[in-house]
Design a protein around this ligand. Sequence first.
Ligand SMILES: Cc1ncc(COP(=O)(O)O)c(C=O)c1O
Length: 417
Amino acid sequence: MNWLQTGWRHVWLPYAQMQTAPLPLPVVRTQGSEIHLADGRVLIDGIASWWTACHGYNHPHVAQAVAAQLQTMPHVMFGGLAHEPAYQLATRLAALLPEPLNRVFFTDSGSVAVEVAIKIAVQSRLNKGERGRTKILAFTGGYHGDTLGTMAICDPEEGMHSMFSGLLPEHPVIGLPRDAASIVAFDDFLEAHAKTLAAIIVEPLVQGAGGMVLHPPGVLRHLRKAADHYGLTLIFDEIFTGFGRTGTMFAFEQAGVVPDIITLSKALTGGTLPLAVTIASDELFAAFLSDSANTALMHGPTYMANAMGCAAANASLDLFQTEPRLQQAAAISAQLAAELEPCRVLPGVKDVRVLGAIGVVELAAIANPAALRLKLVEQGVWIRPFRNIVYLTPALTITPGELSCLTGAIYKVLGAR
Ligand SMILES: Cc1ncc(COP(=O)(O)O)c(C=O)c1O
């Protein structure tokens, strides 16, 4: 494994203390829900590569679409040039989403899609001559990315607000209106501060990176009502929850309300290529139209609307039409609920919860998540505990047998603690 030892001196890993980080596991191949390691071991993947590989790895339909696109045109700049995969994808996404979500802006990562959502929310007001409404209301436990703009709307701890104070813009971060007391606090906050706000941003139904914390659909209805009352832009960040993860194609469908902006990424390309979109309402888009170049949306990542990424996303949407992904999510949900439930009585377990194809075992604490991860690897599964949770977000195509390997490994390893 020469490349690993040599390259290890040069790579910088995500979210890792490099002084103590163990060598990562070298992977040589993926297939379906399998990760094949260089030493011949095969791990069942419980988290679909940070929630991206919704059809499993190497789905032939997506692979073929990407290969064909590579032959004809891997990439062409999006400023002044057009290509069919992107225009077709924009049309399909707009058709998939309810009115008035019709205008698609392409980027290359989830964080940047959220940055664009913030810019749209703020600039749409500036374009109309409304000054002083530059704040975004965000929620404790929320996560929207690692760039500076998005860190500022993450949970203060996750976004390291105090460490980076002075560098990050300051936005209010308060509790979600989920019970009587927090609803009063939320309503009071808006009454006092709505005039400074441009938007409210939330991860609908589940705060993913914040610990897979669920909230009921009524929370989203309350946010929609408040946004309408105070004239605020409502942003649903569905970068994690989009494309069947919560059991419906998009999480917001379960609340019966529609945001003014939605951000999507991760499973958008079925886990093959980096691509993200910010989809805005007709009304927001209209606020950028004028005779002056000054009101244009000034954003344009070099690789935006990458043709291979768009081809992958179109192929992924084909699969949602032709294969029973939402039924698979429902079956996964039932199996997760049944097979994780026994964990509830294990020592140190605080909660077991399931939403769609998300299964969570919450512990009082995990002293060493990396050590727990290695114990799970010894059981033949790839699961990445973080904070105080062990969770599963498998490919929607995972087989019942593979899923049982994952839940069984969690039960065994947590039972032996
Ligand atoms: C809800 C949500 N928003 C934004 C992001 C950031 O996406 P990316 O890592 O592609 O920048 C994530 C990533 O986990 C996410 O879960």
